[in-house]
Design a protein around this ligand. Structure first.
Ligand code: ADP
Ligand code: MG
Length: 729
């Protein structure tokens, strides 16, 4: 066996579980220990400051300057009491992950020493050097600087002795350069639009909140094995590797017993999560070997998303303590399941009513149907955009593969809800509505008054499924910032609800009763959005043909999928909801295309290097062993017998040569395709060139390398194999 491979496999095999430092207290005592939540605010802030801050948070108002100074002083004291030495604005630029720049609290005291200080000014706004973050040309156009500004709706926290302040990141002229700004705008928009509609049913409703419960899937790989795979280290996925003879066929991993090394990692991670206020709740093995999932209790979308981003960095850190590396890539291994991040999403009023949950009274259920029908219409109208919102170079490997939803957005509703909507649509309105004493409206559909949606009615192949009291957007990628999907979804639903309200109000203004107007408009929506509804098998080829016929967006090329952001209907919708201006949309698409190109470019380079420096030399060495053997056999048996005996080796030599020469010629072709693509000025065209001309070469190269892996003496193969990466823990 190759020396390095032999060493790392042995190292990984010998590894034992690392004991976890379990706190003596129970989780309820240490939960949010490192979060400046309301309890800490109350403790550390003067009463008037506390009231002003809570008021600003609850009513989405700006924080007065004098209050900011007082908040900063209290926050600093709390942070110092908990061992912090630095502070940092923590933001979500248009890269993967988060950004932070740390400053110590120290300032000169005028006597040659220092004091620890933190002013309201530093808390509220900063100007990080934004030039190295992607901006899609916005900063060049406007010669603008970037600002980070405190998002008071998300509490500050202490991570590794640094006080982290969640912030938005915008240009001098107000264009967003991050994910958080448009997310907050989308959430505001859906709050307003949904509140206006919810008030038809309960005039007391003041706010509607958007909730998110993400389920994070990931792989763990022993760090020694990981380090011996340059492709994993540099790209987060294996660019080569023949499938292991045993994979997930036996379905023995899903929900199986969690291995002890992994369990120690999970426990450690959960404790860290809880200290940071992340309500981690569920953990289990996933379908593929060495694949796992963590899910928290759902929270308001903005906070839930901050928590997911924080979780992703925590995972990486805690995994290292346990000699693991965590893989968040959507498709680290070919031939087995990839990783997603289901986004469970719902809307709920400030009175505690979940708007996608059927209620007890007919009126509650009319509200339920109203919101469901509007979501359907929004998802239908913007199906291409929603797909764009979850698309990336990395998620592109997973969608459409045989374990994940296809690259087509459709909606699963389940039998009960489908029947209700069908009945509603078929009945003419007078028939549907019956007034019944105090219960008010009754829909002439038997199930509706005591509607109980059976949430075991599951369809795993749908990218967007109704699951009893929420929708599950399953197409989101495991490494993605959920904000991207949540911005598109919440904004699309907000826009749809505004339109719905306008139409209902118009009917009422012309003399219709409210209930009649609602039902009539719901029926319109059901008819309009019929084509998005699909409860069948999303993996089947028939569905692809059917979806095409229905006019759903079936584009599979990621760079072209991004075009949906610039469709007239998207631009209009984002403008109506104040989420993005057209300038922002264009700039962000530039960033998306550029990112796509860079990721493929890096992968292509690494694959080329591995092919030429790792695989081919080993293949030549093995071929020479075989050639040597042929020579010896023929010398020993210089007749027909010798020819026969050498035939096996000769066949292998020949087959290997074919693979080797194809690899070399494809590498050359790939390098040329890159060169040609690199000189294209337009980011979109460049990304398309990478997709169309570079990626296919990579697929061919990989195919032939994987064939060689099966032929070459196992002892010579330099890189840890799938059976080692996936089964040693
Ligand atoms: P599954 O069976 O799909 O794996 P889980 O029990 O793992 O579901 O949880 C899915 C996620 O959905 C959890 O984070 C849970 O808190 C969240 N969730 C439950 N109800 C809602 C809701 N109404 N809105 C948003 N998220 C929710
Ligand atoms: Mg789950």
């Amino acid at each position: 066996m190759s020396k390095l491979r032999f060493k790392v496999v042995e190292e990984a095999f010998d590894r034992k579980a690392i004991p976890v430092n379990i706190p003596e207290e129970r989780p309820e005592q240490y939960f949010s220990k490192y979060v400046f939540n309301r309890q800490k605010m109350f403790e550390y802030l003067p009463k008037s400051t506390y009231d002003a801050l809570v008021n600003a948070i609850d009513n989405k108002q700006a924080l007065p300057r004098e209050v900011a100074d007082s908040v900063a002083a209290g926050m600093k004291q709390w942070a110092i009491d908990n061992g912090a030495r630095h502070y940092s604005h923590w933001f979500h630029p248009l890269t993967d992950g988060t950004a932070e720049k740390h400053d110590a609290f120290i300032e000169w005291d005028g006597k040659g020493g220092v004091v620890e200080e933190f002013s309201g000014k530093l808390l509220v706004q900063q100007e990080p050097d934004a030039s190295s973050f992607p901006n899609g040309g916005i900063r060049n156009t406007f010669e603008a600087r970037g600002y980070s500004a405190w998002d008071i709706s998300s509490p500050a926290f202490i991570l590794d002795k640094t006080l982290c302040i969640p912030t938005i990141f915008i240009s001098y002229t107000g264009e967003s350069l991050d994910y958080k700004t448009p997310l907050l705008r989308a959430l505001n928009s859906v709050d307003k639009a949904a509140t206006a509609v919810a008030q038809y049913f309960d005039p007391e409703v003041k706010h509607v909140k958007s909730y998110l419960g993400w389920e994070q899937e990931y792989f763990l790989v022993d760090e020694a094995l990981y380090s011996a795979r340059p492709d994993l280290v540099m790209t987060g996925r294996t660019l080569m590797g023949h499938e292991s003879a045993k994979n997930q066929q036996l379905e023995d991993h899903y929900f199986g017993a969690i291995p002890s090394r992994v369990e120690a990692f999970m426990l450690d991670l959960e404790i860290e999560c809880h200290k940071l206020g992340i309500p981690a709740k569920t953990r289990h093995n996933e379908v593929a070997p060495n694949q796992f999932e963590l899910a928290p209790i759902f929270e308001e979308t903005n906070l839930a998303n901050d928590h997911n981003l924080l979780l992703m960095s925590l995972m990486a850190e805690v995994a290292r303590r346990h000699n693991f590396r965590v893989l968040l890539h959507e498709k680290p291994f070919s031939g087995i399941n990839g990783s997603g991040k289901h986004n469970n999403w719902s809307l709920g009023t400030d009175k505690g009513v979940l708007l996608f949950a059927p209620g007890k009274t007919p009126q509650d259920n009319l509200q339920f149907i109203t919101f469901v029908a509007n979501v359907m219409a929004a998802v239908y109208r913007h199906n291409g955009l929603l797909k764009a919102s979850i698309s990336s170079a990395t998620n592109g490997h997973r969608l459409g593969a045989n374990e994940a939803p296809p690259a087509i957005i459709s909606m699963f509703l389940g039998t009960q809800l489908s029947e209700i909507l069908d009945t509603l649509e078929r009945n003419d309105s007078d028939d549907v509505i019956k007034m019944k004493g105090k219960t008010g409206l009754k829909l002439n559909v038997d199930q509706i008054p005591e509607l109980m949606i059976d949430n075991t009615d599951r369809n795993r192949t749908s990218p967007f499924a109704f699951t009893g009291n929420r929708f599950e957007f399953r197409a989101v990628g495991s490494s993605a910032n959920c904000a991207s999907a949540m911005i598109a979804l919440n904004a699309a639903v907000a826009d749809q609800l505004m339109d719905f309200k306008k139409k209902v109000d118009a009917r009422v203004a012309s003399g219709d009763t409210l209930n009649h107007a609602l039902i009539a408009e719901i029926k319109e929506l059901i008819k309009y959005s019929k084509d998005i509804h699909f409860d069948g098998n999303g993996y089947s080829d028939e569905w692809k043909a059917e979806a095409e016929k229905r006019g759903l967006d079936c584009e599979t090329s990621v760079p072209k999928i991004f075009d949906a952001y610039l469709n007239e209907s998207s631009v209009e919708m984002f403008k109506n909801t104040n989420v993005f201006t057209e300038i922002e949309l264009k700039a962000r698409n530039e960033v998306k295309w550029e990112m796509y190109t860079k990721k493929i470019q890096i992968e292509a380079r690494i694959l080329g290097d591995l092919a030429v420096n790792h695989v081919i030399p080993v293949a030549i060495r093995y071929q020479s062993v075989l050639t040597d053997n042929v020579f010896k056999l023929k010398t020993l048996f210089p007749n027909e017998k010798g020819d026969n005996l050498a035939q096996l080796d000769l066949d292998t030599i020949e087959r290997m040569s074919k693979h080797m020469s194809t690899i070399m010629s494809e590498v050359k072709k790939m390098v040329n395709a890159r060169k040609e693509a690199n000189v294209i000025a337009c980011e979109r065209e460049k990304a398309i060139a990478y997709h169309d001309n570079v990626v296919p070469c990579m697929d061919v190269i990989r195919y032939h390398i994987d064939k060689l892996e099966l032929m070459i003496d196992d002892e010579m193969w330099p890189l840890p194999k799938y059976r080692e990466l996936l089964f040693i823990r």
